[in-house]
Design a protein around this ligand. Structure first.
Ligand code: 28F
Length: 639
């Protein structure tokens, strides 16, 4: 039964806990910028997912409301509302007002978020202006409310009757805590889509009521990981179907889906532990790699397809897209290092290794035609790798030659301190000219582009290599291409794409990023690829001038220049002379660079789609929505 008093007696300790969260929010949610803001959402969503994962409820609904709040509803059993003997308060109150990690209050074996965020819904409560909980359970509707960082203002009581069950949590993040309280549609939908892929047969509905008409999207994948892989390979040429294996026979549950594509030179392995992405892999991923290498080599040997040679792991993984998902009981869940991106659970390696080996060996024997195609592809990868290696060794001996090839396009940097050097890939000859004149000669090199680069999404590597523009970029960077690319050989520490701030510029960015993504991915994953953001405005009077990148910069600039200022709006890089270009966009002291980080494969696809669009304002919109100006990481401040 719900009770009517406000459980103060038990609350002193609890409030101190929540106060601690408000004092040091970053300790609990990582940061107080956009990433931290969305952390509040994930804590609530994770609980709803946990309930669905336990087999209760098949729909999760998220609504972004117009008043700055967000709600999540599940159709599970409803959070228990009875008084907990030990604490003499309702269970639901414990969940929202005590700091607990993972399954401290639950007997859940496979917690969705176990060990990761793990701090729970009370953190969301602590960092909210208000939080409302509605529970439908035992024929009743219960309600309770907290305000001002988790202070109970409406104790749990029955407010009606219902035949439904489930939980609704609605909260409004505290403006005093977060640098922005603007929920991002893309961030939320991508996260829930990923959850939907991992949690098959559960429907996720996301609605944004801030726009009229409302924006709404549904994700429901009955085939789960298989559909995830199919979505990732949508624009590629697959060799054979998406294959999936599962093993539920141990306490560690394993599931994998994968597919090979002929026009991809990367390995695309995405692993998860308890539905949380393990960006840096770990023991399960190691086991997976060992398993496929062993299975393919053993099969090939048995069929005498390799004449005694062996394939390297890398040859076998080229063109592979795979999702590996493990459910690990909480007591066995271990991570390596401080970041929780790398699974440490020791027994996962052998388990996954044997699981993949057994299932794949069986599959290859049952599908010999496909197996033959696959091994052919692996052999081709091996040959290409060897040929490229040879070419690279030869090229080392012909350094002069390379410089001659490049001399008419590239304006090199003088320094040999490669890590400090920057390569500007510039749209158009005229901006290229200004960049050449304005640059820091010691550390900045300029490579102007003529027209649009090829779209490498739909062509073979051979065709790409015949393209002069890309051949020049590959030569300039000097670290190889495709599977032979070695990021340590890069002659530049930063590759900076500098285009006009219009649709064409956005298109060029996308085409270049697509190229880097396909053929030099380690440049991106090492955080070496940037987009330069030229300013929007110049505010000036007589000799005084200031530049502005966004609206509050503009106010500042106006104030600094003072009465009688004039404003000009930059449309293209070509409107700036060499000095202006240096001052605003190239000088490390003043410029704004956006580092391209792609660790969400789904986001890449949608980003490409957005930037390929025809709307001239899209790139600005993209920058406005995706560049977190409060996030220092996205700024290249001084130096
Ligand atoms: C919108 C967010 O938080 N859903 C939740 C449940 C269901 C149970 C539960 C949650 C049991 C004793 C703590 C119900 N019946 N959605 C949610 N649904 N938590 S959170 O139990 C929590 C523990 O105290 C639940 C039987 N067992 C569990």
């Amino acid at each position: 039964m719900a009770n009517n008093r406000s459980y103060d007696a038990n609350d002193i300790e609890v409030l101190e806990g929540l106060e601690g969260v408000r004092k040091r929010p970053a300790m609990y949610i990582g940061s107080t910028n956009l990433s931290g803001l969305h952390h509040l959402v994930w804590e609530i969503v994770d609980n709803a997912i946990d309930e669905a994962l336990s087999g209760y409820g098949d729909t999760i609904t998220l609504i972004i409301h117009r008043d700055g709040s967000l709600s999540v509803e599940d159709h599970g059993r409803g959070i228990p509302c009875g008084i907990q003997k030990k604490y003499n308060v309702p269970a639901v109150h414990l969940i929202f007002s005590t700091l607990h990690s993972g399954g401290k209050f639950s007997n859940k074996v496979y917690s969705n978020s176990a060990g990761l965020h793990g701090v729970g819904a009370s953190v969301t409560n602590a960092l909210s202006e208000w939080l409302d909980v509605t529970v439908m359970r035992d024929g009743k509707i219960y309600h309770t409310r907290y305000e001002k960082g988790g202070k109970l203002v409406e104790p749990l009581k029955v407010i009606g009757e219902t035949r439904k069950t489930g939980t609704i949590v609605r909260f409004k993040p505290d403006k005093k805590i977060f640098s922005s309280v603007d929920f991002r549609w893309d961030t939320i939908t991508k996260h829930l889509q990923e959850s939907a892929f991992l949690l098959k047969k559960v429907k996720f509905i996301v609605t944004d009521q801030r726009s009229i008409p409302y924006n709404t999207v549904e994700y429901l994948y009955n085939e789960g990981l298989k559909e995830y892989v199919a979505a990732l390979n949508e624009n590629k040429t697959p060799i054979g179907p998406v294959v999936s294996f599962t093993d539920d026979s141990n306490d560690i549950k394993m599931e994998v889906a994968f597919q090979y594509c002929s026009n991809d030179y990367n390995e695309n392995i995405y692993s998860y532990a308890n539905n949380v992405r393990t960006h840096d892999g770990g023991t399960h991923e190691t086991g997976f790699k060992l398993g496929i290498t062993r299975a393919v080599n053993d099969y090939a040997e048995e069929k005498d397809l390799l004449h005694g040679k062996k394939l390297e792991g890398g040859d076998i993984r080229e063109g592979l897209t795979a999702i590996l998902s493990l459910r690990i009981p909480e007591e066995k869940l271990e991570y390596e290092g401080q970041t929780k991106g790398k699974l440490g659970t020791p027994e996962a390696t052998a388990l996954v290794n044997n699981f993949i080996y057994t299932k794949l060996t069986y599959y290859l024997n049952e599908n010999s035609e496909l197996a033959l195609k696959l091994i052919q592809k692996c052999v081709e990868s091996q040959q290409a790798r060897m040929a490229a290696r040879k070419a690279k060794d030869e090229a080392r001996g012909k350094k002069k030659n390379r410089e001659i090839i490049l001399s008419d396009k590239l304006t090199p940097a003088q320094s040999k301190d490669y890590a400090r050097n920057e390569l500007f890939i510039v749209e158009g000859e005229s901006a290229g000219g200004s960049a050449r004149k304005g640059r820091d000669r010691l550390h900045q090199a300029i490579l102007p582009l003529r027209g649009k680069p090829l779209n490498t999404d739909s062509i073979t590597m051979e065709r790409m290599l015949k393209n002069e523009e890309f051949a020049t970029i590959i030569n300039t960077i000097g670290a190889g291409v495709g599977s032979e690319f070695d990021v340590n050989d890069s002659r530049y520490g930063k590759i900076i794409i500098m285009t006009d701030a219009d649709t064409d510029g956005a298109h060029i960015q996308t085409l270049l990023l697509t190229f880097f993504y396909h053929y030099m991915r380690p440049l991106i994953t090492s955080g070496m690829v940037y987009v330069a953001v030229p300013p929007l405005y110049r505010v000036y009077k007589d000799k005084k001038e200031r530049y502005a990148w966004r609206d509050n910069d503009l106010e500042e600039a106006k104030a600094e220049v003072g009465r009688g200022y004039e404003i000009s709006r930059f449309k293209g890089l070509g409107e700036m002379d060499a000095e202006q270009l240096w001052n605003t966009t190239m000088n490390p002291r003043h410029r704004l660079l956006v580092r391209i980080r792609i660790d969400d494969p789904l986001l890449v696809e949608s980003r490409v789609a957005v930037l390929m669009g025809k709307d001239a304002s899209l790139r600005r919109k993209w920058v406005a929505e995706n560049v977190d100006f409060t996030e220092k990481d996205n700024f290249e401040e001084i130096k």
